[in-house]
Design a protein around this ligand. Sequence first.
Ligand code: FAD
Length: 480
Amino acid sequence: MEYDYIVIGAGSAGLSFAALMEKKGHSVAVLEAHSIPGGCSSYFERDGFIFDAGATTLSGLKKGRPLYNLIQQLDLKLELTNIDPGIVSILPSQTVNRFKNFDQWMEELKTKFPDIDHRTLWTKFLKIENQGWNLSTTFKNIPLRSFKKISSFFNFKTLGAVGTLPALLKSVDQELISQKITDPEYLSMIDEMLFITAQNNRQDTPLLMGSMGLGYPDDTFYATGGMKAFAHAIASNCSNIFYRNKVQKIVPVVSGFEVVTNKGVYKSKKLISTIPLWNHVDLFEDQKIKDFYLNYPALNPDECWSAFMIYLTIPTDRNRSSLYYQIHTDVIPHCDTRSFFVSLSHPDDKVRSINGRQVVTISTHTRANVWLGLEIDDYKKKKAESAEYILNILKDKFQLQDNDLQNIVTGSPKSFIKYTNRYNGLVGGIPHSLKRNPMDFLIAKSPIENFYMLGDTQFPGQGIAAVVLGAQNLTEYLTN
Ligand SMILES: Cc1cc2nc3c(=O)[nH]c(=O)nc-3n(C[C@H](O)[C@H](O)[C@H](O)COP(=O)(O)OP(=O)(O)OC[C@H]3O[C@@H](n4cnc5c(N)ncnc54)[C@H](O)[C@@H]3O)c2cc1C
């Protein structure tokens, strides 16, 4: 059968695009290598518990933002709970609650860091964050493929958005310095929050993306059933998802594309790929196309992260103030940032939090090359060292005993290769960096006619909200 569109990958980007296009009346097939949907926002089931495998939080749910729009567009049946505080930073000497309400957040910061003018700083972050969302929903039709699109690009809204561009050229750190902020614990709190949103530190993260990253915890939601519920809610709008179909070759033909998987050949007029940029090099035979991906300006994989993961269950405790914690530490063995992120299932989530226990996903940044190509004993030893270090701190901060920690599983870049096929297990997209030309960031072009790319290594970038926005923008582009 020939489809209007084939989508490679049933992650958040691919599912959203496929569901939106099918709703508009197009025939769409999704080819997915794994046996379940979700990709980096997927899940696995073990011992009766449902673990979030990568992503755990949903944001971009404020009115007009991508997930709010997606839920409306597809009428998704999701039970969402706003988590407030959206993140709790457990610093070496104190704990800081990131409240949703701006005044409450300012009060919290004033109590914890009395010598800083928080209001001036965070008012600026908030203003730039709003401008950033305006910018990313305005710059839709990238690349500009026709004269009509180019002329429609220069309108009043676009010119307004262009006013935010200076924040692309300045670092978060420059802003902090200009506001004379030097408290090391405060700076470290900002740094670690930037690592989980912009994937970079304050010195190299552009103020624009940094402000959007620092703003996300006031828009943080938990989906009952976790990422399983989220992925399946979108997947239920897609009639043709072919699981266990790993795409091995893409052949451009006169009528469109032939896509070869381990199970067969699928044909379509147009093709959308949501897999990381690096993965495309091996899918094409034409050297010119291979070269395009090899020379893509954003391609340097050495600058990108993978993740070290721990999954476990702990006894339910309703007195915890949030579901999301960032615990600051010294350097974690074989990992890179100075914190780890702890996500809990909601105590009232009867699908996941069963038998009086909450399900926990812990993640931290690591470099893929630390884990790849090791002898099995060395690999296991490294995993055990990282896990032991993290779990000892978790026990201390959450006041848990050894036997409270059960159902423990660990994951590394090798796990992401196995379950998501992502090149070298790199996840989280391409770090936002001042070293990158802003135009490279904006231009999501492909070398082939009728072949489009989406996902977290493409504009508008990282996180579920961003890849969904990419899918919404492309849907609009292709149907208008
Ligand atoms: C540890 C961790 C924590 C995170 N936390 C959050 C969070 O809390 N909130 C948030 O918003 N974001 C979070 N993110 C980021 C978020 O998960 C990703 O940005 C998003 O899920 C990326 O979606 P995607 O569709 O672009 O790519 P993917 O999710 O990688 O989807 C690509 C899909 O393509 C499939 N595939 C790959 N190769 C092939 C092939 N050859 N043939 C067929 N199929 C193929 C894969 O199996 C996968 O299903 C987190 C990421 C990680 C790793």
